[in-house]
Write a new protein. Sequence first.
Length: 301
Amino acid sequence: MTLTALPAAAATASERAQARSERQDRGNRQQAQQRREARQDRRDDRREVRQERREDRREVRQDRREDRREVRQDRRGQVQQRREVVQERRADRRAPSVQQRAAAQQAARERIERQRIEQRRLANQRTYREGRLDERRRDAREDREIRRDAYRDGRRDERRRDAREDREIRRDAYRAGARDTRARQARYYDGRQWHNYNRWDTRRWRDNNRYNWQGYRQANRSIYRPGRYYSPHRSYRYNRINIGFRIGSPFYQSRYWINDPWRYRLPEVYGPYRWVRYYDDVLLIDIYSGEVVDVVHNFFW
């Protein structure tokens, strides 16, 4: 009987080791896929920025060409006016009689009137051209915004799915009676029975050598390099968060959860608590209220 039990135990241990190895490989493949998606997003952002810069430079060059063309036309008109004035003065000096001077003055007035009409026509053309240019700029700006919104919609769909899942989780928990914000002690339902839970003890698990994550990180550095953190808001920057803070629900969506705390030597959570990644920190969040119950700064590399 002893000889029969030993191979069975060895086979069971081998199966467990193989299953654990498969889970780690699956996690590594998911991380690699996330890194590839992040690189593709960065390439798309850079390509869009370069395209916008090219369009802006093209518009600026076109504006400069039109401005230089208008300046040259104005200068030619001024030169022509000066020539005509000089010619008129010469004609006045050469006129032998009053009738000739009167005729010359009449001709000068007619030329001046023609010049004014021509100037008004040019001004109307310039105004029309500027209006068309403004319209083209607005159309180009709207096209860029449409392309940018179409690109962002792909990212928004993912965030919307995560937010929808989070709302469904909170709604189901609320309808089941698990939320109780009026008391310090609350209850949660594990599928079989109700449990009471008190506030999270921030010291107890740290005193347990079983959760010595610093020592484990020194020996397993690659596990604590999960890749770049993408904030739910593009303009948001890192702010150091401590216990007692309340954060918005986008920061503890399901995609930020640490579903296997023991992989990082963190204690298991219960009830409404979830371990959440926040940049290089790890936060323990009450997902019903958004309160930060526990925090570990500089957890990831």
